[in-house]
Each structure stands twice: as C-alpha cells, then as structure tokens.
Design a protein. Structure first.
Length: 215
C-alpha cells in the first residue's frame, strides 16, 4: 500500500544528503596555505554549510579581505574538479529517497552549495528525478538559505507546510523564518554548534528515520 500524500520535504544537501567535507576542507586548506598561511587554523576548523563567499571571508579575516575574490575563484576551480572523488551519500539516503519518490512524496532541495557542483553530484548519483525544485546559493535573486526556501514555497504551494531537513543552525533559522518544521540531522556538520535557542521539531540519527514522519 502506498503512502498518502499529506507531507512534503525540502532538504539541505551537504551534511544532510551527502558528505563532501573531505573535499571542501582539503580545498580550503590548500588555498589558505597558498594565500594566507597564517590563517590555516581557521581553514581547518571552519564550519561547512554557509555560502562559499561568507566562509572564505571568515577564513581570510579582515586583514586579507583583498584576497577574497582570488580565494573564491581558486576554490571553485579546485573543488569542482575534485568534488566527485570525495562526495558520498550518507547511509540509507538512497533507499529513503527512492521510497519517498515511489510514494509520490514531493521533495525539493535548498542548498548553500553552488549550482555547478550540486548538479555534477546529482547527475552522477542519478538523483535528478527525486527533486521537483532545486535552489542553490548562486541562483538569481537568492542571497541566503531563507531566500532559497521561500522561492521553493512560492513556486509550489505543496511545500508551504513541508518539513525542512538540515544539519546547521543556519538551516534551523531559514526553516523557522519560512514557518516550516525543522528536522535536525545529528550526523551532519553542525554537531558542535549551540542549539539551545533553536526551534527544532525533531532530530534524527539516521536519514531513514524520516519515514516515521510520513502519514
């Protein structure tokens, strides 16, 4: 028997569906060693999840803000060439996405990753069929994750009362600003963040636990 259509999901990408932190950290550290080696500790400990330009600015610090454009340019080239070598779905993601797709659960993607690497990964994994809408950080008229989610809701009203599944404080903030129920993944990149003041609808330790939210 199929699942009745009473719920929809919007997903974060990195830290929720896939893990590409090895590739990202390697790029950050290689570029920082080249441009501002004294800032290497920031590159090693930076949170993965915010938009690239914001993260690069935090790594470089105000004393190296003149290098921001060069940092971003180098990251795009290096990361996009290597992204498939160090990106893997988290356990049970493929099985669960297939289950939702077969049961006609609407799914969308709102990510701070740029569109080029996002599409490279999605095409490689054969996931394009899963998502009705994909919004990335460098899409037109998008400044942040809150905008991405809002655009999805405006394009398809099925997502107006959806769950947003993510792993960082930024995901929680974006979900709540759009009045969505936020489901936090406890296996992602935001595990060391301060969560006490965030409105969290539920937490999951494994992606397959999302099946419990289907009615």
């Amino acid at each position: 028997m199929g699942v009745s259509l009473t719920v929809a999901f919007i997903f974060d990408f990195d830290g929720t569906l896939v893990d590409s932190k090895q590739s990202i950290y390697q790029c950050f550290q290689n570029i920082t060693n080249r441009l501002a080696p004294e800032r290497i500790d920031y590159a090693k400990n930076i949170l993965i999840g915010p938009p690239l330009r914001d993260t690069a600015a935090e790594i470089l610090g105000p004393e190296h803000k003149n290098l921001l454009d060069e940092f971003v340019k180098l990251f795009i080239k290096m990361h996009d060439e290597e992204v498939l070598n160090h990106t893997n779905p988290y356990p049970n993601v493929v099985e669960t996405l297939n289950f939702m797709y077969k049961n006609k659960i609407p799914m969308a993607l709102a990510t701070n990753k740029r569109r080029a690497p996002t599409e490279i990964i999605i095409q490689s994994l054969g996931w394009k069929k899963f998502f009705e809408i994909i919004k990335c950080s460098d899409d037109a008229m998008i400044k942040n994750k809150t905008d991405s989610i809002n655009k999805i809701i405006l394009e398809n009203e099925l997502f107006k009362d959806s769950f947003y599944v993510g792993d960082t404080e930024g995901d929680s903030i974006a979900a709540n600003k759009n009045m969505l129920r936020f489901i936090k993944t406890n296996y992602g990149y935001g595990r060391k963040q301060e969560w006490l003041d965030h409105k969290i609808y539920a937490e999951i330790a494994c992606f397959s636990e999302l099946k419990f939210f289907l009615k």
